[in-house]
Structure formats: structure tokens, C-alpha cells
Design a protein around this ligand. Structure first.
Ligand code: PLP
Ligand code: ZN
Length: 402
């Protein structure tokens, strides 16, 4: 096999399994590739001739048979330099990675393209996801394309248009009276009985591996180098994990050199477990239910791999920063005037940039990339009628039986 699983803690290797994410030692497992073999074909000149898709990096994605690839045209998104913003701000170079141009209007498409490909390879017929919205709509679209039956469980304050979108792709779509982890509990409680394959954050390997392509792409688009700093709106953190793995693998393949980019997570004031962990000497504690922020992709109080994300931010020399709803609103306006339709999460990276400049964390010669992870249009007000709301698995099941 071209890839295995390896433990981030004890280093043990085992055969690839799509949904085995923990080692017996408690460490988290990642996909380890045979890089000696990858090196033969994964070269700058060979890559330059490949299609404008994230599947150009297929040697570093965990799909054994290319016929299983589930693709709707994701990845290879534009990296746009904001020259006018560079003139207005004390920053060296500034780019926006336009992830809103992915299918389903968010970068979640990358994760689900890989996750569904892996699922198809393993014969999955029925799958469920808990999500603040964009993961569910991406899952619904890719599952629809692949012919997998999809179940989406969303917090009841999920933006109405995204609920509508999930339904339009044919997913069984249900609201949960609670937060994203309550929706995750519902799926865990029902998985065995319903035969659900679980697509939740860090429950299987496809999503983090798919997001890894953001890091690979960034390096290639910048001419095989990486910026000084990457500012990324963080929730469950699979994007941070994926991009960090991208940096390590590119280094091991000899495709990039030098220090890794600083990875900086932006969160919202009302839900900021990573910011607290960094203030707390790097010890991660889940935020529990005590959150007061709107339902964006950043609102993940209990990320399953919170400590790993914290460790990666520190190892990269980065940090985490919290911004207010008002700063996010102004961030969307600012990016809008530069021609970028920014979701609240994308706008938060702009707000984070201003904070970090003010704090002196980002200096005047620095090269910075912001990730606009979704399209503003997904968050426009829309009242989606007739969606069932439940508290837990038992209630959902009794409703289904009626
Ligand atoms: C899911 C999501 C995030 C958070 O990404 P993670 O990699 O899970 O931390 C950020 N922005 C948007 C738009 C999202 O949908
Ligand atoms: Zn281990």
C-alpha cells in the first residue's frame, strides 16, 4: 500500500483504515505516505502539467484506486494579492486564498471530496455528519453525486440558506436543539443502529487530508515557497492539522525549504478555546456549553483534537487571536471593498490581521495569506420552513418511526 496510518504520539504504524483515528496509546493517527515512492512522480515539473484541481496531488491523498475519486471540481482556487490593501496597511505582501470559489461555496468541499472518495472505496452506503452548516452542505452534495445516503444534523440556529442547501442536495436534514457536539452525540448514539458512517470532524481521515491540499496549493501557487504567516479561521481545526501535514510532507519531499509558516488561528470572542489554551501555557481545555457566538464554522467549543491543534500552532511559532462580532462585520465590509465576498469566517481573518498588526505580531515586511473559507451569500437571511428539530437520538428515532 502507498499509505499507512501512523501515530503522532508513539510513532507506531498500522494498516490504513478510513475511520480509525486513535492509537491504542491515545495519540491521534495520521495518514503516512511512502514518500520515497511519492518522490518519483511528485515533482515540480510533473505537477506543473496537471489539471487545475486539488486531485493534482493524488499521490498524497488516501485513495488507492483513482476510479473511486468523487470530484465536483474542487480546489486550485485563486490566490489573489490585495495590492491596494498592502498600500493601506503596514504589511509586506497580502494575499487572500479564495476558498469560497469551491463547489458548495466553501472549502469544506475539499474535505468531502476526499472523504466521499475514501468512503466509496470502502463501500459506504449511508453516512451522517454533525456540522455548523458548511460541512453538512458539502457532505450532502458529494454524497448525492456519489449515490451515498446522507444524514445532516445541524444546530437549530444554523443559517437557513445552508439548511435549505442540504435539503436541495437530497440529504435527510434535521436540526438539533444544542451545539455541534450535541449533534455529534446524536450521531454517535445512533451510528450502530442506523449503520451510519461518521463524517464528523476528525472522525475519519478524508477531511483533514482534503484540507491538506490548501497547504500544498499555497506552496505551488507561490512558486514552491510559503508565506511568513497564514491566518485561518479555526473551529474543529482539521484545516490547521491538514496544512501542517502539508508543510511537513513538502519539506520531506524537498519541495520547500526554510522555516514553516506561522499558523495563526482566529476565533470569535464568544467561543475561543484555542485562544484560551495559548494563554494557558498551551494546555487545551474544552469550552463546554458556555459559548455565546453565532453559528459560524468557528463555533466549535469542544474540538476532538484541541490539544493537537494547540501544539501545532505553538510549534509553527503561531498563535490564536479572538475578534468580536463587530470587528468581523467591519472585516466583511473591508474585504468587500477590495472585491472579495467574505463569509464571517473569512472576515474574521481580516479582523485578526488588524489585531496582530496592532499588537506588533505582524511586522511591516511580513508576507501574509488570509483564508476566505466561504462565500458571504451562504449567510444571507433566509427562513427555511418545515425542518424537524430534536434534542437527541431517541427523539429523532421516535419521530422517524411515526
Ligand atoms: C468549518 C469552517 C471553518 C473552520 O475550519 P476547521 O478546519 O474545521 O477549523 C472555517 N470557516 C468556514 C466557512 C467553515 O465552514
Ligand atoms: Zn500511539
Amino acid at each position: 500500500m502507498r499509505f499507512n496510518l501512523a501515530c503522532r504520539q508513539c510513532g507506531k504504524q498500522l494498516a490504513f483504515q478510513p475511520d480509525r483515528v486513535r492509537c491504542t496509546c491515545g495519540g491521534s493517527l495520521y495518514v503516512a505516505y511512502d514518500l520515497e515512492r511519492v518522490r518519483c512522480t511528485f515533482t515540480r515539473s510533473s505537477l506543473a502539467r496537471r489539471p487545475a484541481s486539488m486531485w493534482r496531488y493524488s499521490e498524497l491523498l488516501p485513495v488507492a484506486d483513482r476510479r473511486h475519486i468523487v470530484s465536483l471540481g474542487e480546489g486550485w482556487t485563486p490566490l489573489v494579492r490585495l495590492v491596494r490593501a498592502e498600500q493601506a496597511l503596514p504589511v509586506g505582501k497580502l494575499w487572500v486564498k479564495r476558498e469560497e470559489q469551491n463547489p458548495t461555496g466553501s472549502f469544506k468541499a475539499r474535505g468531502f471530496s476526499v472523504a466521499l472518495s475514501v468512503a466509496v472505496e470502502y463501500g459506504v452506503r449511508k453516512a451522517a455528519v454533525n456540522s455548523n452548516g458548511n460541512a453538512a452542505s458539502a457532505m450532502a452534495a458529494y454524497a448525492g453525486f456519489a449515490g451515498v445516503e446522507a444524514y445532516a444534523f445541524l444546530p437549530k440556529d444554523c443559517p437557513g440558506l445552508i439548511v435549505h442547501e442540504c435539503k436541495s442536495y437530497g440529504a435527510h436534514t434535521v436540526l438539533v436543539d444544542g451545539l455541534i457536539h450535541d449533534a455529534g452525540r446524536l450521531i454517535r448514539d445512533g451510528a450502530a443502529e442506523q449503520g451510519w458512517y461518521r463524517f464528523g470532524t476528525m472522525q475519519e481521515h478524508g477531511r483533514a487530508e482534503g484540507k491538506k491540499t490548501m497547504g500544498l496549493e499555497l506552496a505551488e501557487q507561490l512558486g514552491w515557497r510559503l508565506p511568513d504567516t497564514i491566518i485561518y479561521p479555526t473551529g474543529g481545526g482539521s484545516g490547521i492539522v491538514g496544512m501542517w501535514d502539508a508543510v511537513q510532507q513538502l519539506k520531506q519531499l524537498g519541495l520547500i525549504e526554510g522555516d514553516p509558516p506561522r499558523l495563526i488561528s482566529v476565533q470569535e470572542e464568544g467561543c475561543r478555546p484555542l485562544v484560551d489554551a495559548l494563554r494557558n501555557g498551551g494546555v487545551f481545555r474544552p469550552a463546554g456549553d458556555a459559548v455565546s457566538s453565532p453559528p459560524t464554522g468557528m463555533r466549535v467549543p469542544n474540538p476532538p483534537d484541541g490539544q493537537l491543534i494547540t501544539d501545532i500552532l505553538r510549534q509553527s511559532g503561531g498563535t490564536a487571536v479572538a475578534v468580536t462580532a463587530e470587528e468581523i462585520r467591519r472585516g466583511a465590509e473591508a474585504l468587500g471593498r477590495y472585491g472579495i465576498s467574505a463569509s464571517p469566517e473569512g472576515a474574521a481573518t481580516w479582523a485578526g490581521l488588524l489585531r496582530l498588526i496592532e499588537q506588533g505580531t505582524i511586522g511591516p515586511r511580513e508576507e501574509v495569506v488570509l483564508f476566505n473559507t466561504a462565500h458571504a451569500l451562504k449567510y444571507l437571511p433566509w427562513k427555511e420552513e418545515n425542518t424537524v428539530t430534536v434534542r437527541d437520538y431517541r427523539e429523532w428515532r421516535s419521530l422517524m418511526q411515526r
